[in-house]
Write a protein that binds this ligand. Structure first.
Ligand SMILES: [Zn+2]
Length: 56
């Protein structure tokens, strides 16, 4: 579950929460945005395929 980790850009602290436990700043995912975009798109396609299968 490493991809659930977020990182504070201010103090380089890793956290599971949206905000940094150290400075209270916004913690963001250290992974490239493209990764999550592709993942969302893949899930969307899977969902659409499932919905289409239910109709038939
Ligand atoms: Zn911080």
């Amino acid at each position: 579950m490493v991809w659930l980790l977020r990182k504070c850009n201010n103090c380089n602290v890793y956290t599971f929460k949206d905000s940094c436990p150290k400075c209270g700043g916004k913690a963001v995912s250290p992974h490239p945005a493209k990764f999550s975009m592709d993942d969302k798109y893949r899930r969307y396609k899977l969902l659409m395929r499932r919905l289409a299968a239910n109709k038939e």
